[in-house]
Ligand binder design. Structure first.
Ligand code: UGA
Length: 436
């Protein structure tokens, strides 16, 4: 039987949850306070750039299983389950800001009149679901609600694939026992034998943070190794490949680069470190990862300056790739931000290209020159920096670049080009963790 679900918040996770759960056969109403967003979503425009999202959004709108509203009461009207997918942004002190969660709970408490399962999808620090339970208990009858933690593990750029094919589904309940309604919501995943982890709230919360922090640590490790390889004349790709062949290590997330970015790793590592400090457990490894990742981004600026022979006045740098990773228009915590900011501060002229993220970047840096094509962005540049691993850049025509640039210098922060062919064509080439 179809379960009636409300999803509060239509950010990345919220939209994916709406689309995914309705595709599983549930009746889903997505809520957001942003009227304009609701109009766009209702007309089949996914608002974010995400491969396959438009198709699944339109498909489920057409079946009538999915709808959107900016009226909270309408969203909650028939709901048996409400998913909280609101933002939990980073506060200045690194802790997670839970005010949007609190507002949603206040709104639920005002109208709840029959049993409702409250599911936390947003990434929230350990202890939050227990707090949600206590907070709701202070406002309404305990028999009216049940709190469930259900963290999300999808990656931007692969959201649809990850939602339909997760490695695992983690569900935290008060007593750590199975919850039938949650199993029914995800029945499609149950049928394809996706592993379900039933645990208590705190375990579910920490699984989410531990997974993200571990992946961020893996990237930071390989970035530090890359820096060493560079100095020692070794090739980080061969090192990573050989390491990855050891099944205990695995080859995933061993790709060196300008430092991790995005809306999750930077925020979640800081929140985890903060949680540790709060309860007297110093997460020294994670704290080191956080600062090392910042150093990595700064190191990229130093590399670029060295290539410009430390003489940067009147120079022009072309930045190819502004998104924090390929296949998304998201620029949150993108290494390109640190690099562009660093150069603009010193009076360097920046021209830029990105297949999808220009509009978002423009809001932060209106004075950068933006181009629709990478070759135009390279015109008269003294240095070309590749910041994002878009496929478009893997096959750049270096002859065309040669004709456009002022100096033939490439800093390839994602190692997408073949160093040998770049050098053969007369470029000064530098990647990360391998000498050109
Ligand atoms: C990450 C996790 O991978 C998801 O499992 C999780 O659900 C999500 O955070 C979240 O908490 O919502 P996402 O931030 O979308 O997903 O992107 P990733 O593919 O993990 O990449 C994060 C950053 O690490 C990017 O800047 C990427 O360029 C960088 N990265 C990734 C590397 O530098 N090297 C790698 O080998 C892999």
């Amino acid at each position: 039987m179809a379960i009636k679900i409300a999803v509060i918040g239509t950010g990345y996770v919220g939209i994916s949850t709406c689309v995914g759960l309705s595709d599983f056969g549930n009746i889903v109403v997505g809520f957001d306070i942003d009227d304009n967003k609701i109009k766009r979503l209702s007309s089949g425009d996914p608002v974010i750039y995400e491969n396959g999202m438009e198709y699944y959004l339109k498909k489920n709108l057409e079946t009538g299983r999915l709808s959107f509203t900016s009226d909270f009461k309408v969203a909650l009207k028939d709901a048996e389950v409400v998913f909280l997918a609101v933002g939990t942004p980073e506060r200045e002190d690194g802790s997670a800001d839970l005010s949007q969660i609190k507002s949603a709970l206040d709104a639920i408490a005002e109208i709840i009149d029959r049993p409702l399962v409250i599911v936390t999808k947003s990434t929230v620090p350990a202890g939050t679901n227990r707090w949600i339970n206590d907070y709701m208990s202070s406002k309404v009858d305990e028999n009216l609600f049940e709190v469930v933690s259900n963290p999300e593990f999808l990656r931007e750029g692969k959201a649809i694939h990850d939602f339909f094919h997760p490695d695992r589904v983690v569900i935290g309940t008060k007593d750590g026992k199975e919850n039938p309604i949650m199993r029914d919501i995800y029945r499609s995943l149950y049928l394809i034998e996706t592993p379900f982890i039933w645990c208590n709230w705190e375990t579910a919360e920490l699984i989410k943070y531990a997974s993200n922090a571990f992946l961020a640590t893996k990237i930071t490790f390989i970035n530090q190794m890359a820096n060493l390889a560079e100095e020692m004349g070794a090739d980080i790709h061969k090192i990573a490949k050989a390491m990855g062949m050891d099944g205990r290590i695995s080859s995933k997330f061993l790709h060196p680069g300008p430092g991790y970015g995005g809306s999750c790793f930077p925020k979640d590592t800081k929140a985890l470190a903060k949680t540790g400090r709060k309860v007297g457990v110093v997460m020294s490894l994670i704290e080191e990862v956080i600062s090392s990742n910042e150093t990595q981004k700064e190191r990229m600026i130093e590399k670029a300056k060295r290539l410009l022979e430390n003489n940067i006045s009147d120079k022009k740098v072309a930045v190819l790739g502004l998104a924090f990773k390929a296949e998304t228009d998201d620029i949150r915590e993108s290494p390109a931000i640190t690099i562009v900011k660093g150069f603009l501060k010193e009076g360097v002229k920046i021209s830029a290209h990105d297949p999808k993220a220009v509009e978002n970047f423009k809001k932060l840096f209106p004075y950068v020159e933006y181009y629709d094509n990478a070759y135009d962005a390279c015109k008269n540049a003294n240095l070309v920096i590749i910041c994002t691993e878009w496929n478009d850049y893997r096959n750049l025509d270096l002859d065309e670049i040669s004709r456009n640039v002022k100096e033939k210098k490439i800093l390839d922060l994602r190692n997408v080009l073949d160093p040998e062919s770049a050098i053969k064509k007369g470029f000064v080439y530098e990647g990360v963790g391998r000498k050109g």
